[in-house]
Design a protein around this ligand. Structure first.
Ligand SMILES: [Zn+2]
Length: 112
């Protein structure tokens, strides 16, 4: 399962950061997640909650910031925010170039 692997990676990043900062506890893990990253937030949170047990990140909360799908037309230059990614400009049929929406980043780790 994709989300479980992802949750494990995020947890490892958080635990590494805690270790480097000699922190006993991780409070929050900030995540930037594009709408097009293909991640189920609910599944990710669930997996994270299971994996964090008995680690310094036991009480850590995932703070997820969603990034909308944003694309620009290569013909008319218009920028669109899309519900789901589509490849052609609704106005002129030019090709849309993705600007954002695929992000998958750990933003910050808040630890003791
Ligand atoms: Zn266009």
């Amino acid at each position: 399962m994709h989300e479980a692997t992802l949750a494990e990676n995020i947890l490892n990043i958080a635990l590494d950061a805690a270790e480097q900062n000699h922190a006993a506890k991780v409070f929050k893990v900030g995540l930037t997640l594009g709408e097009m990253a293909g991640v189920e937030v609910e599944a990710l949170t669930l997996a994270f909650d299971v994996l964090k047990k008995n680690t310094p990140a036991e009480d850590a909360e995932l703070v997820i910031k969603r990034v909308p799908i944003c694309a620009a037309c290569n013909k008319c230059g218009k920028v669109f925010t899309l519900e789901r990614y589509n490849f052609f400009c609704p106005e002129c049929d030019g090709v849309l170039i993705l600007r954002s929406g695929r992000e998958l980043l750990v933003d910050f780790i808040d630890c003791e």
